[in-house]
Structure formats: structure tokens, C-alpha cells
Write a protein that binds this ligand. Structure first.
Ligand code: AVJ
Length: 363
């Protein structure tokens, strides 16, 4: 039997297909806290190196944004959410605080699975609403950052003694096979993190999610809404420079893990909202020529002065288009919650009884 952590210091357990599901069932019935480490966890061997080599070989150059979230990156993102200009987290937390009980009324006592949970701070509104209606709650946070995930599991278990928490350390895909095991479930995907996906990746994600859920399961999605350019530009260019540190940390991580030897003082943060495409593009601009090494694979890349590397996109949504498009993947809309300024929305969806009709509509 796998080791199971009790109390406030979750053990790290290596997830391995067949064991994972019985382990999951045991922990969710007996209680306690544990972490499952998936294949794409924090330190996936050469995964980062291969991703950097392929991204720097592209034209234009781009890096995968999931690698922004190592220990340092998750901590810096935590500080972004506290900046006065970064309205997203604060606004979404307010919507959650106001509507968590209503959401629980609609869904009933489902297991909560949160994708990209980070420090799980906003989720506390949901956990409290769940615990106000039943003696215990089952919560499965999924995150690529082991450090953030362990911290979140520790805090939640200290705060809510009856919570049954299993952290899954890996990317979203690794959580999909678990969903059928823990149904009835509500998958929670907050923070407008879905806006990090290119449209094709978003479609693939939604199709895979819909087919991994059982009919009647729920999906709670947070999306940042399109709004005045100045407000969005400010959110991604905070005066304190925390977002610039976040972008720079990706290159600091390359120095730490790949021996890249980049002069970080040459890396500038450039973020700009394009209202025609409803998208923020976040780039690193190299103020001086750099040779970027990827030591584990023996490769080097020359980036000229003024060279740009896309590190992230953050797409913004219009409810009129977004809701029907979600429904096309096999969901029904149960409720849409927004703030009084209409800056952010939480969409509560339910997996329909069958996917066939919606599949036909999209092909
Ligand atoms: C965590 C992806 C939602 O796009 O707003 C914030 C990440 N990057 N500032 C976002 C981010 C720069 C954030 N998401």
C-alpha cells in the first residue's frame, strides 16, 4: 500500500496508473492529505529543456507559459495578484464569495477538482460553502508547481480538519483520467487561466475535459472579460514591476535549470493588449544581444539586440460568444455570475447527457 500522509505534512507519492485510483479512493474515504506526483510534475527531467529548444527554434520565438510556474514563479504570481492594477483575482474572489453557496445549491455535494490551483486561496470560498452544507468535503487541487501545491494542501488541512485533500502534481491532462473515478464532480478552472491557451489548444482542452466528465458533472470556469484597453494594459504592467519579474523569472529558471547564462538585466517585459484580437501578448525583449545555452541538450541560440520572445498570451472574453461556444463542447449553462462592473465572469456549466450532438455541430 502506498504511504499516506496524515495531518499537516503531505507526503509526496509517485503516481503510477493502476495504484493511483485505489490510492485515491482510499484517501478520499479515510481522509487525510496526500500528493500524487504525475509525470509532468515540477522537475520533469528534460521536459523544460526540450520545450525551450523547440520554442526558441520557432519563428517568432515563443516559450510555453506553464514553465513560468516553478517555486519562484508561483510566489511571484502570488504577488501579482496583490498588485492594485491586477483586478482579476480580487474581482473573481468577490464573485466567488457572493455566490459560493448558490453554486453549492446547484451542484449538490460534488467532489471539487481544481486545475491550476496554485495556492488555492480563492477556493476557500467554495470549501467553506461545501462545509456549511455537509461535514466533509473532497478537494483535489492540480498544479505543476509542487511547492505551491504542498503549501496549499498544508494550509487547507490545517484550516479545515475534515477536508479530504489529494494534490495532483502535474499538468491538467494528468487529472482527466481521475475525473471518472471521483464523479459526481465539479471541475474548477479559475483566474482566466484558460486565456493562456491558443484557441486551438483551448478547443482541445474543452473537448478532452467534456469527454472525461460524466453526464451531470459540473465545470466552473472563470474568464476575464474584454474591457477598456487602459485597464488591461495597466494590469499587465504594474508600477511595482512584479509582472516584469514574473516574465524575467522564466529566464532566471533557464539559468538555474538549463545553464542558459542569460544576463537578466538585458531582459525587458513588454505586455500589450490588442483589442482587435481580445488578447494580451507578453514578450521578453532582449536589450542586448545574448547567447542562450540549453546545456542538457548541448544547444545554443543567438538572440539579437531587440529580439523578442513570446512568453504568454492572456485572452479576454465576450460572454455573448463564449457561452455558446462552451455549450458546443457538450455543456449546458447553469448560471453566469459577474461583478457589478462586468469585468470578470464565473460560468457554471453542466456536462450534457451525450456528446454526439455537440460533436456533430462542430465538424
Ligand atoms: C494566471 C494566466 C490568469 O493571464 O492574467 C498575470 C497570468 N501573467 N500577469 C493572466 C499573468 C502576467 C494570469 N493567469
Amino acid at each position: 500500500m502506498l504511504d499516506q500522509a496524515k495531518g499537516n505534512s503531505p507526503d509526496i507519492v509517485i503516481m503510477d496508473g493502476s495504484q493511483a485510483s485505489s490510492f485515491l479512493r482510499d484517501t478520499l474515504t479515510t481522509g487525510g492529505t496526500a500528493i500524487l506526483r504525475g509525470e509532468t510534475a515540477d522537475d520533469p527531467g528534460l521536459g523544460f529543456a526540450h520545450s525551450v529548444v523547440s520554442g526558441l527554434s520557432m519563428c517568432p520565438r515563443r516559450l510555453e507559459s506553464r514553465y513560468l510556474y516553478d517555486r519562484q514563479g508561483s510566489a511571484i504570481f502570488g504577488r501579482i495578484t496583490e498588485q492594485p492594477e491586477y483586478y482579476l483575482t480580487r474581482t473573481e474572489a468577490g464573485i466567488l464569495a457572493d455566490n459560493a453557496c448558490r453554486i453549492r445549491e446547484i451542484t449538490g455535494p460534488v467532489t471539487l477538482v481544481e486545475l491550476g490551483s496554485g495556492y488555492s486561496l480563492k477556493t476557500d470560498h467554495l470549501l467553506r460553502a461545501w462545509l456549511a452544507c455537509a461535514p466533509s468535503v473532497r478537494y483535489i487541487p492540480v498544479d505543476v508547481s509542487e511547492a505551491a501545491l504542498c503549501e496549499a494542501c498544508r494550509i487547507i488541512c490545517n484550516l479545515h480538519l475534515s477536508a479530504r485533500v489529494i494534490g495532483v502534481n502535474g499538468d491538467y491532462r494528468e487529472a482527466f483520467p481521475i475525473l471518472r473515478e471521483v464523479s459526481p464532480v465539479m471541475v474548477v478552472f479559475l483566474g482566466s487561466t484558460i486565456g493562456n491557451f491558443e484557441p486551438e489548444d483551448e478547443s482541445r482542452f474543452l473537448a478532452e475535459l467534456a469527454s472525461s466528465l460524466s453526464p451531470g458533472d459540473f465545470f466552473l470556469l472563470g474568464v476575464d472579460l474584454a474591457k477598456e484597453q487602459l485597464i488591461i494594459d495597466s494590469a499587465y504592467n504594474d508600477v511595482a514591476g512584479v509582472t516584469a519579474d514574473f516574465t524575467r523569472n522564466l529566464f532566471a529558471r533557464m539559468n538555474r535549470e538549463l545553464g542558459s547564462d542569460i544576463d537578466l538585466s538585458a531582459v525587458e517585459h513588454v505586455a500589450r493588449y490588442n483589442p482587435l484580437r481580445d488578447q494580451v501578448d507578453i514578450h521578453a525583449r532582449f536589450a542586448r544581444k545574448q547567447i542562450v545555452r540549453v546545456e542538457p541538450l548541448g544547444k545554443s541560440f543567438a538572440i539579437a539586440e531587440g529580439g523578442m520572445v513570446l512568453t504568454e498570451i492572456s485572452r479576454k472574453y465576450h460572454l455573448e460568444a463564449c457561452v455558446p461556444s462552451l455549450e458546443g463542447f457538450g455543456f449546458e449553462t447553469e448560471a453566469v455570475f459577474t461583478d457589478e462592473r462586468n469585468w470578470f465572469a464565473l460560468i457554471l456549466l453542466k456536462r450534457t447527457d451525450s456528446l454526439s450532438e455537440s460533436r456533430e455541430r462542430r465538424t
